[in-house]
Write a protein that binds this ligand. Structure first.
Ligand code: NAD
Ligand code: MG
Length: 404
């Protein structure tokens, strides 16, 4: 009897990013188990072409339409079908040429293609946490309706998912998400106000894309992950807790009704949760470095400082209030991080932008999908306007002070 499973055809949405490139390493190491059948990128045409020539996918999509002809010409001698533009992402997500989507686009942009994939019955390996932060209720409902498994890739959620294998009948008392604390752990606002982009982009334990690295430095990443966990594991807000664990060896924990705690551990390496999600329900061998108790012998834990890292407090507020508030917060955060990365605002200003936007955009308790889209747009407009008008006011005050 042949016990080998057929090759799983993977669509990597966001193949040129940190998660996407690591997923391709996993696929390249397991050609008997996986093939890369769809690859998508936003701007990075050169890397997309290189990946397409190496993996020979069925389809590639370049989001930036200006780069479409370059990609098309470069792949003219191959069988690879080339599409361009934002809409093409959704069209390709609905195609039959793949089995599992690795949702690895960053930010709100990942929502619509993931939704399309779910509506077309595709299994999802979810790295893009923003999708669940924006519209977790709708995504989870559609996944159930279409019998689509959503397998987490985020390391904390993968840890919880792994702890829950074999526990379907047992009640969760709470889950504990671990956080490294980022590069500014222990720092206070008088230090943070002067933090520069280059410094914030250096994460102590993980090498990731720019947006999530800034989110990790502000602790917004952990806030987004609390909301992500609520939807993935069907929890009440009070069942989701966070502990700072600077060594990033315990990736998260589940506490059951009897008080027993289960943890998943390992070195901080995203290839492991990516491989687990692609291969689920099987575990497959690899040669990734192993955790050595002699090298990291002390594991420490502390409470997060939500008075200094106020983004986490804002996210907890959004988690408890629900409705469109997490969607508003996410949009404001994307605008604030973008502005910080362009040196337009300082590190602490990011929190002010998010807080003001959450106060200004009208709250909706049970939004429809359209209302989520509208809330996202409104929040982006308000946050951008707030940044512009604050910097205008600042320049005006500086000019007036200069005249005095
Ligand atoms: P990244 O910035 O390195 O890569 C993002 C990818 O998305 C790129 O391929 C880019 O071309 C594509 N993209 C960007 N904007 C787009 C747009 N508007 N339309 C279409 N495609 C677009 O990001 P990353 O670090 O790989 O993170 C991807 C997602 O995974 C994020 O949601 C992040 O929170 C999550 N995640 C990442 C890590 C990590 O270690 N990097 C860990 C856990 C979760
Ligand atoms: Mg994470």
């Amino acid at each position: 009897m042949n016990t080998e499973l057929p090759i799983k055809r993977i669509a990597i949405f966001g193949s040129t990013g940190s998660i996407g490139t690591q997923a391709l390493e996993v696929i390249a190491s397991n050609p008997d188990k996986f093939s890369a059948d769809v690859l998508t990128a936003h701007h990075n045409d050169e890397l997309l072409i290189e990946q397409a020539l190496k993996f020979n996918p069925n389809v590639v999509v370049i989001g930036d339409e200006k780069k479409y002809s370059k990609v098309k010409d470069a792949l003219a001698a191959t069988d690879v079908k080339v599409f361009g533009g934002e809409k093409a992402l959704e069209e390709v997500a609905a195609m039959d040429c793949y089995d599992l989507m690795l949702a690895a686009i960053v930010g709100y942009a990942g929502l619509k293609p993931t939704l399309k994939a779910i509506e077309n019955g595709k299994a999802i390996a979810l790295a893009n946490k923003e999708t669940l932060v924006v519209a977790g209720d709708i995504i989870m409902k559609k996944a159930v309706e279409n019998r689509v498994p959503i397998i987490p890739v985020d390391s904390e959620h993968s840890a919880i998912f792994q702890c829950l294998v074999g526990e379907t009948r047992n009640k969760i008392e709470k889950i504990i998400l671990t956080a490294s604390g980022g590069p500014f752990i222990g720092r206070k606002p008088n230090y943070l106000v002067n933090v520069k982009r280059e410094h914030a982009l250096q994460h102590p334990n993980w090498s990731m894309g720019a947006k999530i690295t800034i989110d990790s430095a502000t602790l917004m990443n952990k806030g987004l992950e609390m909301i992500e966990a609520k939807w993935l594991f069907n929890l009440k807000p009070e069942q989701v807790q966070v502990v700072i664990h600077p060594q990033s060896i315990i990736h998260s924990m589940v506490q059951f009704e009897d008080g027993s705690l289960k943890a998943q551990m390992g070195l901080p390496d995203m290839k492991l949760p990516i491989q687990y999600a692609l291969a689920f329900p099987k575990r497959i061998p690899n040669n990734f470095p192993r955790y050595d108790f002699k090298k990291v012998s002390t594991l420490t834990f502390e409470e997060p400082d939500v008075k200094t890292f106020r983004n986490l407090a804002l996210a907890q507020d959004a988690l408890f209030k629900g409705g469109n508030l997490p969607c508003i917060m996410n949009a404001a955060n994307e605008i604030a991080v973008f502005a910080f990365l362009r040196n337009r605002i300082n590190f602490l200003d990011m929190t002010n932008v998010i807080e003001k936007t959450m106060e200004q955009v009208p709250f909706i308790e049970h939004p429809t999908l359209e209302e989520y889209f509208d809330s996202d747009g409104e929040a982006r407009n308000f946050a951008s306007f707030f940044i512009l008008s604050s910097s205008f006011r600042f320049r005006l005050m500086a000019a007036i002070n200069g005249l005095r």
